[in-house]
Each structure stands twice: as structure tokens, then as C-alpha cells.
Design a protein around this ligand. Structure first.
Ligand SMILES: Nc1ncnc2c1ncn2[C@@H]1O[C@H](COP(=O)(O)OP(=O)(O)OP(=O)(O)O)[C@@H](O)[C@H]1O
Length: 222
């Protein structure tokens, strides 16, 4: 049987106008692994997540997902397989915690009862089962991010992308959210790629793989 890497960048070049963000970079992300993407502000960290999530396209090269060019997948299929968490939580303010979470599942056409069960299990797991009827504005930042994480993993994606998930949180909430992400990665065998520029976060997880984006290059720290 053919073997393939879960996610692979092959000779990817990405420019914005005259700025070269990535120049012929290669990278491999294995199934079940946990990665940080680091680098200075403006270096291209979010750009890498946006390329994986097909929000933007590369000028040159291929991104392979499960051995096939990412661009050959239908978007809705990728949405089931790749979850995303943002710095700004991106919750819908007029919807309750549970409605926010179920909306993502419904959009992907899954059975409501199964989704509800999974949502309740995850909300209990992240300590928010008492908040299902609350609205986002009634939650702390750390709680909002936990809701966003539950929403992103409701459909058991193979890969979770997180763009500065602790960027809007105080030190304690940031540490709790990062611990939660790492634990969920272990419990759900979910591959994760987390963008951060926080030295504190990096110091907390020395076991994770680190990638740096710098002046068009994208490389793994040995
Ligand atoms: N749609 C776009 N059009 C033009 N330039 C862009 C676009 N998106 C990003 N850029 C530029 O590309 C560079 C990399 O942006 P990116 O958001 O990936 O950086 P980053 O490393 O995530 O930064 P930060 O840590 O500040 O969030 C920046 O100089 C940015 O201004």
C-alpha cells in the first residue's frame, strides 16, 4: 500500500506584490504530530496557515494533503478534515455557546443527535457544560477560546490549525488554553499546527516541533 505524508509543502513560493513571503520552501507534517510556527511579526506565519486552509493560493509549488494536491479537494471536504481556531475567537454574538458549536456541524451536514452528543462531551471535557445557554459576551476570553476549540474539533478533524490562539488572553488563561490544546491533541490523536510568537508558550512545550519563518525561508529547528 502506498504511504504518504499527511501534509507536505513542495517547493512552495508565495509572494504578496513585490514581497517574497515564502521562496521554494519544503516541509512535512506527520499525522499525529504537534507543531509550533514561530517568527517575527509579518514574517509569514498566518500566511502558512492560510495556504493550508486554502484561503489563499501559492504562486508556485504544491501542497499535498494525504498525498493529493490540496487544490484538488473540494472545499467542503477539507472543512471536515481541517479545523481552525483564531486569536479573536470568531464566535457569533447573538448565538448561545451550544448554538455556536452546533452551527459548524450543521453546516457540514451531520446528524443533529450525534453532533449534540459530541458537543456535550467536549463541553464537559473543557469545563463548560454549565455554560451551554450563555452568550459569548457572558464568557471570559479563555472560555470563549475553549468554545471556539470545541467548535473547531466537533467534526473530529484530522488537523487543527490555530493562529495565535492565546494572543488575546492573559498569562493564566493562555497557559490553560495551550495545555488544553496539547491534551486534546493527545486524547484525539489530532495533528496540530499552532502559530505563536509567545516565548512563554514555547517554553511550556519543549517537546513540540518548532518551525520558523524568516525572510522567505521556512525551516524546522533541529
Ligand atoms: N492579502 C495580503 N495582501 C498583501 N500583503 C499581505 C496580505 N496578507 C499578508 N500580507 C503581508 O505578508 C506578510 C506576512 O503576513 P502574515 O500575516 O503571514 O505575517 P505573520 O507572521 O502572521 O505576522 P503577525 O505575527 O504580525 O500576525 C506581511 O508583511 C503582510 O503585510
Amino acid at each position: 500500500m502506498a504511504t504518504f505524508n499527511m501534509l507536505e509543502f513542495r517547493n512552495i513560493t508565495k509572494n504578496f506584490g513585490e514581497s517574497v513571503i515564502l521562496h521554494e520552501v519544503n516541509a512535512i507534517f506527520h499525522k499525529g504530530s504537534f507543531h509550533f510556527i514561530c517568527g517575527e511579526s509579518g514574517s509569514g506565519k498566518s500566511t502558512i496557515l492560510k495556504l493550508i486552509n486554502q484561503e489563499i493560493a501559492a504562486e508556485k509549488g504544491d501542497i499535498l494533503w494525504q498525498g493529493q494536491p490540496l487544490k484538488s479537494y473540494e472545499k467542503f471536504k477539507l472543512r471536515r478534515q481541517i479545523g481552525v481556531v483564531f486569536q479573536s475567537f470568531e464566535l457569533i454574538h447573538h448565538m448561545t455557546v451550544l448554538e455556536n458549536i452546533l452551527l459548524a456541524g450543521r453546516a457540514l451536514g451531520k446528524n443533529r443527535q450525534a453532533l449534540l452528543q459530541r458537543a456535550m462531551k467536549l463541553l464537559t471535557r473543557v469545563g463548560l457544560n454549565g455554560k451551554i445557554e450563555a452568550y459569548p459576551e457572558q464568557l471570559s476570553g479563555g472560555q470563549m477560546q475553549r468554545v471556539a476549540i470545541v467548535r473547531a474539533i466537533l467534526n473530529k478533524p484530522l488537523l487543527l490549525l490555530a493562529d495565535e490562539p492565546t494572543g488575546n488572553l492573559d498569562r493564566k488563561a493562555a497557559s490553560d488554553v495551550m495545555n488544553l490544546l496539547y491534551e486534546l491533541h493527545r486524547e484525539e490523536q489530532m495533528t496540530m499546527i499552532v502559530v505563536t510568537h509567545s516565548e512563554e508558550v514555547l517554553a511550556q512545550f519543549t517537546q513540540a516541533q518548532r518551525w520558523y519563518v524568516k525572510e522567505g525561508d521556512f525551516y524546522e529547528q533541529e
